[in-house]
Design a protein around this ligand. Structure first.
Ligand code: ARG
Length: 585
């Protein structure tokens, strides 16, 4: 593996050195480099520095230009405006840097972090005995992408699927199952649809009895106590609900083309044993106090209706522990047991108050501190075409599986229209990759904190910012590479590059920097935007620069080389987002 320094990092370094030489008193100075339309890069940092040093910015800029040592990297550095620098790199530098990337397999020359930390990602956390809905889709898709992006930078990641597998509703469910044995399917069941329909049936039936029958309600309540005190029979039945639900979860994750590991499904109940101690530590340190019998944490800055402080309830007056106690215990486990340096929660923004309170309580306890940070990547709501939270026509929440199936069906139409030489089985396979990719991409290409409209027509459209557009770009390149026959992608650094080639090349070189930035900011949409722009720049290149019909063999090879690196970058980027790139479409 050979990490490659990006052109922008090299130029940055060159300018920073020249700046320090021109203005030694400024120390390490940031030239504030960005890509620019006028030249390859523009440096805007001189203005601020000159102001600080009470120097004339244009004069300082001119001095910087004189200090710059010129080698093979820079073609031109020019002072512009009040003190900007326009920087153009040589064609040779572009082609050589890209050639080094191309020689580095899947990593494309992207270095690994110097000091990786350990990030625990809490994502894809459905609830036992309940159907998954679009909200769970977002957590799964965003979490999975962030995780792969972080992994790619060299960060160590551990997943935690904090499934909702505990709570008073299990009293009702278990009691019903005791009174109606055989309602869940045999333990060997592996059909996810069947599992969910069994769970749904038991859920609805038990709810009906619970609401209608006072005596049953009382028996269900006693069952909660039995569950909490660890009664064997009760726990065994509870486990049946968890196992049956997992069969269903796995079927959905498989549909989503997402790997979920069993040892990372660590739900609310996993922290039961820690909760009494968590409460004791909180109470002894005075972070939590007794209030009307309950153990609570107060926050001056967090107030609800009528300006009343909203407390975080660690333990209810009846002794029961809930969601907050489980999350506080999970933090202890992740920090002390798993040695986390970052905790990332991919959870609906509507739970952000809960996390604010949990994090603040953990900070007061010292569980979170300067070395361990926590962040709730609170995502927005999925909206229907009408701009309201996505519901079925009957006003019910949309079943995630129905939605995914429909996306695949629509994708099949698109694939079929384009497909000339594909068999039906191939069409179905492509449709799955296109349909699931479309759903994921639509989710990932908007900033996670924002709401977005679930619009299948737009998602599977070939035009615009969609995954299908990117998948087509990839497949088109593969077709060119197949047609190239005896010609190979080979870089020729002596060749002059046209504007479209330079633009594509400079963008290809920015892949690693983009992944690092997007991962550090937990912003998968920045990677999506990068890939979309890559496909657009490729389209322009393809229109302007004939590849297989270029004038010379060298030119053909060099253009094929750009095609190949574009395809590999698209493939790697899409795969970090969890999206497939079929070889043919
Ligand atoms: N199961 C919860 C829900 O569906 C999400 C869990 C989020 N994670 C956590 N550590 N609280 O709303």
């Amino acid at each position: 593996m050979a990490p490659v320094t990006s052109l922008s990092a090299s130029v940055h370094q060159r300018l920073a050195d020249a700046l320090s030489a021109a203005l030694p008193e400024a120390g390490a100075a940031d030239p504030l480099l960005r890509r620019s339309d006028r030249a390859d890069f523009q440096a805007n940092g001189i203005l601020a520095l000159a102001k600080k040093a009470k120097a004339n910015p244009r004069e300082l800029a001119t001095k910087v230009v004189e200090e710059i040592t010129n080698g093979e990297l820079l073609a031109d550095v020019e002072v512009s405006g009040p003190g900007f620098l326009n920087v153009t790199v040589t064609d040779r530098a572009i082609t050589e840097t890209l050639a080094a990337r191309a020689a580095d397999g899947d990593r494309l020359g992207v270095p690994l972090k110097d000091e990786p930390g350990t990030t625990i990602i809490d994502y894809a956390q459905p609830n036992v005995a309940k159907e998954m809905h679009v909200g769970h889709l977002r957590s799964a898709v965003i979490g999975d992408a962030l995780r792969q992006m972080l992994d790619f930078t060299g960060e160590k990641t551990i997943g935690r699927h904090h499934i909702g597998d505990w709570g008073t509703q299990f009293g009702m469910l278990i009691q019903y199952l005791i009174e109606h044995p055989g309602e869940l399917s045999p333990e060997t069941d592996t059909d996810g649809d069947q599992a969910m329909s069994n769970l749904n049936r038991v859920y609805k039936a038990s709810r009906a009895v619970f609401d209608a029958d006072e005596a049953f309600k009382e028996r269900a309540r006693k069952r909660v106590v039995a569950l909490q005190s660890g009664d064997k029979e009760t726990l065994g039945l509870w486990q049946r609900f968890v196992d049956e639900s997992k069969v269903y979860f796995y079927s959905v994750f498989e549909k989503l083309d997402m790997e979920v590991r069993d040892e990372e499904i660590v739900g609310e109940s996993a922290y039961n044993d820690m909760m009494p101690e968590t409460a004791r530590l909180l109470e002894e340190s005075g972070v939590a106090v007794r209030s009307d019998g309950a153990l609570v944490v107060f926050f001056d800055e967090i107030r609800g209706k009528d300006d009343q402080p909203v407390p975080l309830i660690v333990q209810k007056a009846d002794g029961g522990f809930g969601y907050a106690a489980s999350d506080l215990s999970a933090i202890r486990d992740r920090v002390v047991g798993l040695h986390a340096t970052s905790l990332l929660y991919v959870v609906d923004v509507r739970q952000s108050l809960h996390f604010r309170m949990v994090f603040e309580a953990a900070r007061r306890m010292g569980w979170l501190n300067d070395d361990v940070t926590a962040h709730n990547m609170g995502y927005g709501t999925v909206l229907g075409a009408d701009g309201k939270p996505f519901k079925t026509r009957e006003g019910e929440t949309v079943r995630l599986e129905d939605l995914l199936d429909e996306a695949v069906q629509r994708a099949a139409q698109v694939v079929r229209e384009k497909a000339r030489d594909l068999t039906e089985a191939e069409i179905q396979e492509r449709a799955t990759q296109v349909g699931i990719g479309a759903v994921k991409y639509a989710d990932l290409s908007t900033s996670p904190s924002r709401d977005y409209k679930f619009d299948l027509d737009q998602m599977v459209s070939l035009n615009g910012d969609t995954s299908v557009y990117l998948q087509y770009a990839y497949a088109r390149i593969q077709s060119i590479l197949r047609k190239a026959e005896h010609l190979r992608p080979v870089a020729h650094p002596d060749l002059e590059l046209s504007p479209a080639e330079r633009a594509l090349g400079l963008h290809l070189d920015a892949f690693g920097d983009t992944v690092f930035e997007a991962a550090a900011e937990y912003a998968p949409h920045k990677l999506a935007a990068y890939l979309y722009q890559l496909a657009s720049l490729y389209t322009t290149f393809y229109d302007k620069c004939p590849v297989l019909k270029a004038d010379t063999e060298e030119l053909k090879e060099n253009r094929l080389f750009l095609c190949d690196l574009t395809a590999r970058t698209l493939h790697q980027g899409m795969s970090l987002l969890g999206i497939r790139t079929p070889e043919r479409l």
